[in-house]
Design a protein around this ligand. Structure first.
Ligand SMILES: [Ca+2]
Length: 227
């Protein structure tokens, strides 16, 4: 006896499952939906979307997202210091070794920014605000304070002992800041091994009461760090 084929009923069921819309009736759409003849649609139009519906803050706190102004940049502690004061400290007795250039022989004062690729020039001595030369043997050849201005050029001012000094405003491309260096170029002499001086950095062009001591210079070139 031949078994009746089930192929046709199964195919009909599969077709019905693949096309559920064809089998829907109004009762199948569920509460709140209606059948428009082809598909189920919401019975009522959706309310307009509001920010509050999504859980967003609507309490004025949005102002918190606005960028806050950056704090005003604070001037570096060194920014107002732009005057170099060099006071000779050469022992008086030693000046007899170099009567034509007694004391420290200052060629130039440079301000530089040290970088991995070398020093970047910031400025040099620009204006002499004051000077005192001591010439114990009346034999000094270097009595022009302007010799300390500008780039090193071999011209020097020999300050002499006993408080000889030069007070120089630097001509700077930008204010000084921590990490910069002041480089004082002193002419090295065979008989001037005791030439010495103390460098100060000052704020006021009118007074030396507001200066910071940078250190003592050695014969030749000395670098002073702004710390
Ligand atoms: Ca010079």
């Amino acid at each position: 006896m031949r078994t009746p084929s089930l192929a046709a009923p199964i195919a009909a069921l599969l077709l019905a499952g693949a096309l559920p819309g064809c089998l829907l009736s109004e009762e199948d759409c569920g509460a709140g939906f209606v059948f428009d003849g082809e598909r189920c649609l919401p019975a009522e139009p959706a309310p307009p979307f509001r920010a509050g519906d999504a859980g967003l803050r609507n309490d004025g706190a949005a102002a918190d997202l606005e960028p806050k102004p950056a704090p005003e940049p604070t001037l570096d502690d060194w920014a107002e210091f732009r005057i170099a004061l060099i006071i000779d400290s050469t022992p008086r007795a030693a000046t007899g070794q170099t009567p034509a250039s007694p004391g420290a022989d200052i060629d130039a004062i440079q301000a530089v920014e040290p970088t991995p690729r070398g020093d970047v020039r910031i400025g040099v001595g620009g204006v002499v605000l004051g000077a005192l030369f001591n010439d114990p043997f009346d034999g000094s050849l270097n009595l022009d304070p302007a010799a300390v201005l500008g780039e090193p050029d071999g011209r020097v001012a020999s300050l002499g002992p006993d408080g000889g000094f030069v007070y120089v405003e630097l001509d700077l491309d930008r204010p000084l800041r921590t990490g910069d260096l002041l480089v004082v170029v002193e002419r090295l002499e065979p008989d001037g091994q005791q030439d010495g001086y103390t460098l100060y950095l000052c704020r006021s062009p009118d007074s030396i009461d507001d200066c910071r001591q940078m250190g003592d210079g050695q014969p030749g070139t000395t670098r002073f760090a702004l710390e």
